[in-house]
Ligand binder design. Structure first.
Ligand code: HEC
Ligand code: HEC
Ligand code: HEC
Ligand code: HEC
Ligand code: HEC
Ligand code: HEC
Length: 462
C-alpha cells in the first residue's frame, strides 16, 4: 500500500469517529430525557383516565410534556424535582406510587416558595433520578435519607420547639445531656479537644457518623473520642442532630419561623429578660409588679399581647419597661404565662432553683459529663492514664478538696496527665482549664453541685 491510499482511509476514519461520537451523545440524551418524559406521560394518562367529560379529557391531553422548575432566587436555588414529582400539591394523589404522590406538610411550606432541596438536599437542577437524588460520585450533597429528613427543619425553626420535628429535639437533648460540649465547640461554646461541630453535617454521612460514635478509632485511627454507649433511638437522634449542623441558615421570610411561638420559647424569654426581678411566680421573685401565677384568669391573651407591645397603652403610667418584643415573642410570652396555670412549667425556671440544681445545669452546659460521665459517675476511658486508665469520676471530690480548692482545680485544669507506662503514647484526655469560660456565679453553683454528688449519710469531709 502506498501513502496515497492510506490517506484516502483517513477521511473515512474521521467520518466514522464522528458518527460513533454522535450516536453516543444521542443515546445519552435519549436516556436522559426518556426517564422524566415517561413519568409525565403517566401523569397525563392518569389525568385522562380521571376526566369525566370530553372537555376535561381534551384539557388533560394538552398538558405539555416539559421540564418544570421552581425558581428560588432568595434561596439561590433552581429546583426541577417537580419535573417528575408532578403532583406534590394535589391531595387527590395521596398514596400514589412515587414519583406521583401527594406531599405531607405542604400547607405550611408552599412549594412555590420553598422548592424541595431546602429540606431534602439533592441536586435541584438535575432531571434524572440518580442525579437529582444525588447518588452520583462527584456530587457532594446527596439527598437526605427520609429517616433523617427532620435534620433540615433547624435551618428555619428552633430545634426544640417544632412540633413537626421531635427527632431533632431529641438529638439536641442527647447532645447536651452527654456532655459533647466538654470537647467540642458548637456555636462558639464548648471545649477544644475535638473539632468544632458547626458544619459537621455538611462533611459527614449518616453511616460515617454512626460508626464513629460506636467506635471512633475505627474510622479515625488513634481518636481521643471515647466510644459512646447509645440506645438505638439515641444513636439515630444524635446522628440526625449532627446532620442538621450544616452552618446554613435561611434568609428573611424563611427565618421568620426561627421561633414557632410556644410556651418553651416564652419561658426562655422570661428568664432572659429578667421578668422575675419585678414579678413573682410561686411566691418567688420581685414585688414591684403583680404575681403572675394566675394572670391568665385576670387578663385575656389579646390584652397581654398588647401589654407586651407597649405596657402604657393598656396600663397608663406603668413602670414595666417596653421591651420591644417582636409579635412572635409577644405571642410566645403570652403562651407561657397562660400555661402557668397548669403549674408545670414554673418548676424548671432556673431563677427559682437552688444552687445545686443550677450547678447541675452548669455541669451540663459545659459538657463535664463528656469526660467525667453521666452525673460525674466516671467510666470514660483514657488509655494509659495512671488513674485506672479512665478519667476520674467526681462522686467523692468533696472528700479530697475544700470548695476553694475545687474552684481552683477547675479553673486551672491539668494538661499533663500522669501515664501508667512511659513507653506508650500519653493519655489523650486532659482536664481543660475553665478560667476563660465559666463565670464566678456559675462556679459557685457548680461546686455546690459537685459537693452534693457524695451519697447522703456519708460524712462531707469539710
Ligand atoms: C427523573 C425523575 C425524578 C426527579 C427529577 C426527581 N425524582 Fe424523586 N423520585 C423519583 C422516583 C421514580 C422515585 C421513586 C423511586 C425511587 O425512590 O427511586 C422518587 C422518590 C423520591 C423520594 C422518596 C425516597 C424514599 O426513600 O422513599 C424523595 C424524598 C424524592 N424522590 C425527592 C426528590 C427531590 C428532592 C428531587 C429534586 C432534587 C427529586 N426527587 C427529583 C423520580 C424523580
Ligand atoms: C419543609 C420541608 C420540605 C419541603 C420543602 C419538601 N419536602 Fe418532601 N418531605 C418532607 C418531609 C418531612 C417528608 C416525610 C414526611 C413523612 O413523615 O412521611 C417528606 C417526604 C417526601 C417524599 C416521600 C413521601 C413518602 O411518603 O414516601 C417525597 C417523594 C418528597 N418529600 C418529595 C418532595 C418534593 C418533590 C418537594 C418539592 C416539590 C418536597 N418534597 C419539598 C419535607 C419537605
Ligand atoms: C426554609 C425554611 C424552612 C424549613 C427548612 C422548614 N420550615 Fe417549617 N416553616 C417555615 C416558615 C417560613 C413557616 C411559616 C409559613 C407561613 O405561615 O407563612 C413554617 C411553618 C411550619 C409549621 C407551622 C407552624 C405554625 O405555627 O403554624 C410547622 C409545623 C413546620 N413549619 C414544620 C416544619 C418541619 C417539620 C420542617 C422540617 C421537615 C420544616 N418546618 C422545615 C420555614 C421552614
Ligand atoms: C473526651 C472528648 C470528647 C467527647 C466527650 C466527645 N468527643 Fe467527639 N471527638 C473528639 C475528638 C478528639 C475528635 C477528633 C478525632 C475523631 O475524629 O475521632 C472527635 C470527633 C468527633 C466528630 C467528627 C468530627 C469531624 O469533623 O470529623 C463528631 C461528629 C463528634 N466528635 C461528635 C461528638 C458528639 C456528638 C459527642 C457527644 C455524644 C462527642 N463527640 C463527644 C473528642 C470528644
Ligand atoms: C476533655 C475532658 C475533660 C473535661 C471536658 C472536663 N474534665 Fe475534669 N478532668 C479531666 C481529667 C483527664 C482529669 C484527671 C486529671 C488527673 O488525672 O489528675 C480531670 C480532673 C478533674 C477534677 C479533679 C478530680 C480529682 O479526683 O482530683 C475535677 C474536680 C474536675 N475534673 C472537674 C471538671 C468539671 C467541673 C468539668 C466541667 C466544667 C470538667 N472537669 C470537664 C478531664 C476533663
Ligand atoms: C421594672 C419592673 C418590671 C419588669 C422588668 C417587668 N414587669 Fe411586668 N409589670 C410591672 C408592673 C409594675 C406591672 C403592673 C402595671 C401594668 O400592668 O403594666 C406589670 C404588669 C405585668 C403584667 C400584667 C399583670 C396583671 O395582672 O395585670 C404582665 C403579664 C407582665 N407584667 C409580664 C411581664 C413579663 C413577661 C416581663 C418580662 C418580659 C415583665 N413583666 C417585666 C413591672 C415589671
Amino acid at each position: 500500500m502506498n501513502d496515497g491510499s492510506v490517506r484516502k482511509f483517513y477521511g473515512w476514519f474521521t467520518v466514522l469517529g464522528l458518527l460513533v461520537g454522535l450516536l453516543v451523545v444521542v443515546g445519552y440524551y435519549r436516556d436522559e430525557y426518556r426517564e422524566w418524559k415517561d413519568y409525565q406521560r403517566r401523569y397525563v394518562q392518569e389525568e385522562e383516565r380521571r376526566a369525566s367529560t370530553p372537555q376535561q379529557r381534551a384539557q388533560a391531553a394538552l398538558i405539555p410534556i416539559q421540564v418544570r422548575q421552581i425558581l428560588l432566587p432568595d434561596l439561590n436555588r433552581v429546583d426541577r424535582c417537580t419535573t417528575c414529582h408532578l403532583t406534590v400539591d394535589d391531595p387527590s394523589y395521596g398514596g400514589y406510587p412515587q414519583p406521583l404522590a401527594y406531599h405531607p406538610l405542604h400547607e405550611q411550606h408552599p412549594f412555590e416558595k420553598f422548592g424541595c432541596t431546602i429540606c431534602h438536599r439533592g441536586q435541584g437542577r438535575a432531571t434524572t433520578v440518580a442525579d437529582a437524588h444525588g447518588n452520583v460520585a462527584h456530587w457532594d450533597e446527596p439527598m437526605l435519607p427520609l429517616r433523617y429528613i427532620q435534620a433540615s427543619c433547624g435551618q428555619c425553626h428552633q430545634a426544640a420547639d417544632n412540633p413537626g420535628a421531635p427527632e431533632l429535639a431529641h438529638g439536641q437533648a442527647v447532645f447536651e445531656e452527654r456532655g459533647c460540649r466538654g470537647c467540642h465547640k458548637l456555636g462558639g461554646v464548648g471545649g477544644v479537644i475535638g473539632p468544632e461541630l458547626d458544619r459537621v453535617g455538611a462533611r459527614r454521612s449518616p453511616d460515617w457518623l454512626k460508626q464513629h460514635f460506636l467506635a471512633p478509632a475505627t474510622v479515625t485511627p488513634g481518636s481521643a473520642m471515647p466510644p459512646q454507649k447509645f440506645s438505638e433511638s439515641d444513636l439515630e437522634a444524635i446522628t440526625l442532630f449532627m446532620l442538621s449542623l450544616t452552618g446554613e441558615g435561611a434568609p428573611g421570610y424563611y427565618a421568620s419561623m426561627k421561633v414557632i411561638p410556644s410556651a418553651g420559647e416564652g419561658q426562655r424569654l422570661f428568664q432572659q429578660k429578667g421578668c422575675i426581678g419585678c414579678h413573682s411566680i410561686g411566691n418567688q421573685g420581685g414585688k414591684i409588679g403583680p404575681a403572675l401565677d394566675n394572670v391568665g384568669l385576670r387578663r385575656s391573651p389579646e390584652w397581654m399581647i398588647q401589654h407586651f407591645r407597649d405596657p402604657q397603652t393598656v396600663s397608663p403610667g406603668s413602670v414595666m419597661p417596653r421591651f420591644g418584643f417582636t409579635e412572635t415573642e409577644a405571642r410566645a410570652l403570652t403562651d407561657f404565662l397562660l400555661h402557668l396555670r397548669d403549674q408545670k412549667v414554673a418548676l424548671s425556671l432556673p431563677s427559682l432553683m437552688g444552687p445545686v440544681e443550677r450547678g447541675r445545669e452548669v455541669f451540663r452546659k459545659y459538657g463535664c459529663a463528656g469526660c467525667h460521665g453521666q452525673d460525674g459517675k466516671g467510666g470514660v476511658p483514657n488509655p494509659n492514664a495512671k488513674t485506672a486508665q479512665q478519667v476520674p469520676g467526681l462522686t467523692y471530690v468533696a472528700d479530697g478538696y475544700t470548695k476553694d480548692e475545687l474552684k481552683a482545680r477547675i479553673l486551672k485544669g491539668q494538661h499533663e496527665i500522669p501515664a501508667l507506662d512511659a513507653n506508650r503514647p500519653p493519655p489523650p484526655l486532659y482536664m481543660p482549664g475553665w478560667r476563660a469560660a465559666i463565670k464566678d456565679a456559675e462556679l459557685d453553683d457548680l461546686v455546690a453541685y459537685l459537693v452534693s454528688l457524695k451519697p447522703k449519710g456519708e460524712d462531707a469531709g469539710f
